[in-house]
Design a protein around this ligand. Sequence first.
Ligand code: PNW
Length: 468
Amino acid sequence: MVQPTSSFPSDFLWGAATSAYQIEGSLDADGRGRSVWETFAEQPGAIEGGGDAAIACDSYRRWGDDLDILSQLGLGAYRFSLAWARIMPDGRGRVNAAGLDHYERIVDELLARGIEPVVTLNHWDMPEALMAHGGWAGRESVDAFTEYAVAAADRLGDRVNWWITQNEPWIIQLLGYQLGLHAPGVRDLRSAVAAGHHVLLAHGAAVDAMRPLTRGRIGAALNLLPCVPASDSPADAEAAWGSDGYVNRWFLDPLLAGGYPADMRQHWERAIGGSLDAVIRDGDEAAIGGRSDFLGVNFYTHRVMAAAEPGPDRPFPWQVVGSTGEVARTDEGTEIVPGAFRDLLVRLHRDYPGVPIMVTENGAISGDSPTHDGRVHDVRRIRYLRSHVQAMGDAIAAGVPLVGYTHWSLLDNFEWALGYRPRFGLVYVDFRTGERILKDSALHYAEIARAGGLVEWDATTAPSVDSL
Ligand code: PNW
């Protein structure tokens, strides 16, 4: 009998996560405005399989079913996002009360069931109207986001205890504005670094504006990727540190340590061939830092890095090479590195002491579909989940102030540019009928949540719905 996870505090939040665009559908309902993702998804080839989010999990209508599942699993937290364009259909100005009504119903129903809402404001579905000013690449985005954050906190601030302003600034910057693989499909380095900065600046401005409206804790969620050198050469060590600056420190340092890291700022200025002074203005760093009540960490894997010559498609002197040795991988080839997860949490506590951490995403694709018995035996997801719960227990034992875990994802959903093929859910969704089926991982996670830590598991015995 393994007992290392008795380290989880009794008030630890065990939950699951989703985001509005990935599950809701009903894109025209109740006065919702258009978001950048509809426009992006219409570009030929933008979405694998050519799908769109018009229906997705149909959660805008079936949200009660989703909450029933959370209750059935006995989870204590639900991380979901508000669709910005449902609340601010024109980007600025007019607030659509019907959009807020919808989320107010969800929040009230969660609270009635004893489930903590963890509310994300920007999970990438910016109103299309804001593209008139360049979207996140334009500084106007900061005021637009603040208006939206105020509208949300004005309605829900008295009830929501956990707020996440921004989800994954680096992915917005990289996939949305540098590589053009996500909405709004921009491919421009200068726009990318500006977008990332405005996302952070909007976090700071929103926190200040929301404070009088809520006693809830406000943070941002970063996707953090430990960067490991491919060899023990000094050049690869430097590449890994550089990459760490690009992915992790560029966001962690301004949020939690007072300003952008100088080494990475140099890399950026070299890459864009000029100064960032016009983008990162005097006073901006002071307006971002020192305001977050907690840090949201989205963790999936690490990056193995080697030194490389910059070139037309490589703005920085490093490249991702992947592990050469024996490493466990998900069905999609993602390296499974729970030890790196534990080390990352310990590092965050060391480098940014005193900041409570919530693991706001963590999960894996596992090629799961129902078998003849109507069940989904996603053993590999269970293994992934267990090893990462173990890592969190170890981090807590090492003193890391972890407050919760919301597994990505509650439901199979619209996985952005990858469409509906990758299934991240604890719950299987039949996208033709909307039917939901609890996977074995959901049942096992329910046991972990109930016990407050790892419980014994026999890979040869499927958990049973009757155990709930
Ligand atoms: C995160 N990448 O996205 C998001 O927050 C979720 O909406 C998403 O469904 C989840 O992770 C699973 O992918 C990412 O290409 C999307 O490195 C792409 C990347 C990373 C994170």
